[in-house]
Design a protein around this ligand. Structure first.
Ligand code: PMP
Length: 382
């Protein structure tokens, strides 16, 4: 089996799973319980919070646990909208955000919020000079992802932060899901970022666990009301084993990340150069430092992305159409649309997403199968 779908989800690491199991078995208490078992579970949560905070160089009180990035993105956006409504109703997002951001602002638009989408260029990057003129007195939130999940474009978060420095009342949210371990933290968690959202299963942690970095002093409304967990901001019994193992996975993801990304980029470069040598292939991801090392999006002229995905599946090679989240909804890629890719090519998009466990040999095997499929499809189309 070759697994090239790591942006959809990653396999949990054995040592992370071990932590999950041991924590589940040994720490059975509810962190809110008054007795010793509750206290022990609560201390573990605090330790995980401190570990995550130290890795991000932020305060432990700025880390809030969630069930994942969909919840985190909904919380930051809806929470900002609710808390800041008296000051304004204008929200800016990039035109290539994940549906957990774009669909959330669509809901808010139905409630009377005014949403502006900042365009991207042909390589899928927001230009800060395009963002600046869109800012108004009523703007309450700007949301731009760190790394696009469909084509891998790395957004200029530092430059956008500089642009937003003059507007301290606007919340700046960065969906950081695809950046962990792939782009240095310092590139996207700038002093101007108020909120950053994360999902553990994208960095070899367990599914159903995530966290939000929430800068002290910013105000958002709680998303979930209830027992008052997470400092009264996110109610619900904490997923203790998930959180403890997420903290471990996050530490491992950031360990030796330069070495790991150099390896991933070498595999991606090989795939990119090999695919580009075929006449009917169009590469949608950029070949540069402003493209994440692990995501490569391409299309084969005249062949729908899902056809290629299923053809590779027959050979036990696992890929996605442009994003796993929207593939079952049969929506065409919003990122390719925003990049100005013509309609006929948008349906062809296929995404390879790599991680450090993938090898050059797997990439070579992928290319052998690709060559066979290319010949088959060329015969059908000729
Ligand atoms: N944002 C981005 C950029 C993503 O790639 C994903 C996962 N596809 C999410 C948010 C949502 O993460 P989850 O499904 O784990 O909630």
């Amino acid at each position: 089996m070759i697994y090239f779908d790591n942006s959809a989800t990653t396999q949990i690491l054995p040592e992370v799973l071990d932590t999950y199991m041991k924590t589940s078995q040994r720490f059975i208490g509810n962190p809110s319980s008054l007795h010793r078992l509750g206290e022990q579970a609560g201390l573990l949560l605090q330790k995980s919070r401190e570990q995550l905070a130290a890795l991000l160089d932020v305060a432990p009180s700025e880390i809030f646990f969630t069930s994942g990035a969909t919840e985190g993105n909904n919380w930051v956006i809806k929470g900002t909208a609710a808390a800041k409504r008296p000051f304004g109703n204008h929200i800016i997002i990039s035109s290539i955000e994940h549906p957990s951001v774009s669909e959330t602002v669509n809901q808010l638009a139905e409630q009377g919020f005014d949403v502006t989408r900042v365009p991207v260029d042909a390589t899928g990057h927001v230009q800060p000079e395009d963002l600046q003129p869109l800012i108004r007195e009523e703007t309450i939130l700007v949301s731009v992802m760190a790394v696009n999940n469909e084509v891998g474009s790395v957004q200029p978060i530092r430059a956008i932060s500089e642009c937003l420095a003059a507007y301290p009342n606007i919340h700046f949210h960065v969906d950081s899901v695809q950046a962990v371990g792939k782009v240095p933290v310092t590139d996207w968690l700038t002093d101007r970022v108020d909120f950053a959202t994360f999902s553990a299963h994208k960095f070899h942690g367990p599914k159903g666990t995530g966290f939000v970095f929430w800068r002290q002093g910013r105000k958002i409304a709680p998303l979930l009301a209830g027992g008052g967990q997470e400092n009264n901001q996110r109610s619900g019994t904490e997923n203790v084993a998930g959180i403890v193992s997420m903290a471990k996975a996050f530490r491992l993801a950031l360990t030796d990340s330069e070495q790991k990304t150099a390896h991933i980029r070498a595999v991606k470069d090989y795939l990119m150069a090999s695919l580009a040598s075929f006449d009917k292939v169009r590469i949608f991801s950029e070949h540069s430092d402003t493209s994440a090392p692990h995501i490569l999006c391409f299309g084969l002229k005249g062949i729908r992305g899902e056809v290629l995905v299923h053809a590779f599946e027959q050979k036990e090679i696992y890929l996605s159409t442009t994003s796993a989240c929207s593939s079952k909804k049969k929506v065409k890629s919003s990122t390719l649309l925003a990049m100005g890719v013509p309609e006929s090519e948008r349906t062809t998009g296929v995404r390879l997403s790599l991680d450090e466990t993938n090898t050059l040999m797997e990439a070579e095997q992928f290319m052998i199968v690709f060559k066979q499929l290319y010949q088959q499809f060329s015969q059908i189309n000729s």
